[in-house]
Design a protein. Structure first.
Length: 342
């Protein structure tokens, strides 16, 4: 076989796809295809050896982490019921209202936690949202704060009448709300149709802010009067005027990893989110958002071996560690280098 068809390595570059614009119905891409000028023949496997991409992930993911859920009641007894569930949210960073919606706060790059807290307080206060688009929203009911000593976020009632507690991401009432007509919408079009706020089941803003306890968790120091940060199966008594401190520190790093999928491997790698079989590698994000992430695989040879004997084109897809597309604007290039085994 001619060495022309046996390259030691090849590069897949998003900008080399002449049809990249066709993948951008929303102005972003997470997939591209490269046609090989010379086909690769009789390869046994491929392995990612280098990746160069921009970390486009904001600290809060537009697709899954923009809604903060909490319960509010006029009593401090057990009250984790659907009727008392509320949502404070940010709109996606690329959000543009279709018509008549001016009271909203968009997601963006936050330089520090106080900036994020200020945006959340704006979203929770008068003019920060719309009951027509977010039916469970109550203006000026809660406020967020940040302690620079403990480096934790707290949330408390400020209306003088409410008792509140945050809801866990896996709370059944959260899932029920998101499946109902009362879930937050982004805006209503002239035709009467509405666009739901994006979400991924089991993932909310609460955990990113540090309210990370699960619905069946009690916390290390749980008691009947403790404030463990999230409503549980047993309920959580909380008290107006006493802010609830998060269980953990906030996470301001966006995605942690980017999963790379190749069209030419059909049974070499499997992820735990979707069970897809064409995972070729996972790239850790080691820089802050809007910076270039350069990654080089270690020297161990672990090729993906389920490749066809003739390779004429290769498609790449990128997903983050939440199982949602890792979206790149068209001015951000992505380049991946692979070694080939014969």
């Amino acid at each position: 076989m001619a060495t022309l068809n046996h390259p030691d390595k090849f590069v897949l570059d998003a900008y080399s796809d002449p049809l990249l614009d066709t993948y951008l119905p929303n102005g972003v891409y997470n997939r591209w295809t490269n046609q090989l000028k010379t086909p690769i023949l009789n390869a046994r496997g491929v392995q990612l050896i280098n990746a160069n991409l921009v970390n486009s992930a904001l600290q809060l993911n537009d697709q899954s982490q923009l809604m903060f859920f909490y319960y509010a009641s006029t009593t401090n007894t057990n009250f984790p019921v659907l009727a008392n569930l509320h949502c404070v949210r940010l709109l996606p960073s690329n959000y543009v209202p279709l018509t008549g919606y001016t009271t909203y706060v968009r997601n963006r790059y936050f330089n520090n936690v106080p900036e994020l807290v200020a945006a959340l307080n704006q979203a929770a206060s008068t003019g920060g949202d719309s009951v027509g688009n977010n039916p469970t929203w109550v203006a000026d009911q809660i406020a967020f704060s940040y302690d620079t000593t403990t480096r934790k976020i707290s949330v408390g009632a400020i209306d003088g009448t409410s008792f509140i507690c945050p809801a866990a991401a896996d709370d059944p009432n959260v899932a029920t709300l998101l499946a109902s007509a009362s879930r937050p919408f982004m805006s209503t079009a002239a035709s009467g149709s509405a666009i739901p706020q994006p979400f991924v089941a089991g993932i909310t803003m609460n955990a990113r802010l540090g309210f990370a306890m699960g619905y069946r968790s009690r916390g290390a120091w749980w008691s009947v009067t403790s404030q463990v940060g999230c409503a549980s199966q047993l309920g959580l008594p909380t008290f107006s005027g006493t802010p609830i401190e998060a269980d953990a520190n906030p996470i301001l790093l966006g995605s942690q990893n980017v999963n790379v999928y190749l069209s030419i491997i059909t049974g070499s790698g499997m992820d735990s989110w979707s069970g897809r079989k064409n995972l070729v590698s996972t790239i850790p994000l080691q820089v802050a958002p809007l910076n270039i992430n350069s990654y080089t695989t270690n020297s161990a040879e672990v090729p993906a071996i389920s490749v066809p004997s003739e390779i004429y084109e290769i498609s790449v897809e990128l997903y983050d560690d939440s199982g949602v597309p890792f979206l790149q604007p068209p001015n951000y290039n992505t380049e991946l280098t692979f070694s080939v085994y014969y």
